[in-house]
Ligand binder design. Structure first.
Ligand SMILES: Nc1ncnc2c1ncn2[C@@H]1O[C@H](COP(=O)(O)OP(=O)(O)OP(=O)(O)O)[C@@H](O)[C@H]1O
Ligand SMILES: [Mg+2]
Length: 258
């Protein structure tokens, strides 16, 4: 069963076509990858799904409901959370606070409750804090709760972004290069974490990644973009041997396949 359906999505920035008629069906509960050389249009594709950019044309459907035209926070409420290629954390806030911010969209207490410190608000805040703590434990950051986010290592910051994204209880988690800047050990742990989250949170994971070992190991379905167009889709074994894909990567001067 599909959860996300993208039909003929295009995005133009002036004269530059970043995405051209990209169509994809993402299966519910799958781990699906979007790969392609630098500048292929992968992040632009995520930005359209999450409402950061409006598509020039095309349709985005989450569980058969149109997402076009919705603002990013509304897309998040509908059930799509993401991490960013360039990490976006609140650097001066603590690790715990960063995750609590991720839960904000689901909190019932309004400003009134917070200002007047109503018992229901306190209760909700406590519940938020407990959940945030549990998520940090889950991603292995529970010993850094009160540390400022900017003091974490690069790999830890990426895991904090994941914890924050998960805090919104999404149906779909979009990860934009989650392994970038990680060492092999961290990448291996991340691979396990992604699988575990998919299974335990009943998630669908859509990820952009240049680390082909990670992609080939965890993806059930792979979509390949090149110069804004989808040039291939299939299972890892099909993609690995697809001449068009090999050509795209060779042409880009960077050989990642293998
Ligand atoms: N806001 C923007 N304004 C103008 N051009 C943009 C904008 N965002 C992206 N582009 C262009 O669109 C193209 C696709 O960029 P995008 O960031 O989507 O590629 P990518 O596949 O994510 O690349 P990478 O692997 O390097 O992250 C590039 O040529 C880029 O310069
Ligand atoms: Mg990108």
């Amino acid at each position: 069963m599909s959860i996300l359906e993208v039909q003929n999505l295009s995005k133009k920035f002036g004269g530059l076509t970043a995405n051209q008629d990209v169509s994809m069906t993402v299966e519910k509960n799958s781990i699906t990858a979007v790969i392609g050389p630098n500048g292929a249009g992968k992040t632009t594709f995520f930005n359209m799904i999450t409402g950061v950019y409006q598509p020039t044309s095309g349709i985005i459907l989450l569980e058969n409901e149109k997402l076009n035209g919705l603002k990013p926070h509304v897309v998040c409420q509908r059930g799509i959370s993401r991490t960013f290629q360039n990490i976006r954390l609140f650097n001066e806030m603590t690790v715990l606070e960063n995750v609590m911010v991720g839960m904000h969209t689901h909190l019932k207490a309004g400003l009134f409750g917070i200002l007047f410190n109503l018992p229901t608000t306190r209760k909700e805040e406590l519940a938020t804090e407990i959940k945030a703590y549990q998520l940090l434990e889950y991603v292995g950051l529970d010993s850094f709760l009160n540390e400022k986010a900017c003091n974490l290592s690069y790999g830890a910051q990426r895991r904090l972004e994941i914890a924050r994204a998960i805090a919104a209880s999404p149906k779909i988690l979009l990860l934009d290069e989650p392994a970038a800047g990680m060492n092999p050990k961290e990448t291996k742990e991340l691979t396990q974490l992604i699988k575990k989250m998919r299974d335990e949170f009943n998630l669908t994971v859509l990820l952009i990644e240049h680390d082909m070992k990670l992609v080939m190991e965890i993806s059930e379905q792979i979509f390949v973009l090149d110069h804004g167009e989808k040039i291939a889709e299939g299972k890892p074994e099909d993609i690995r041997n697809n001449p068009k894909v090999i050509e795209a990567y060779l042409g880009s001067g960077a050989v990642h396949a293998g």
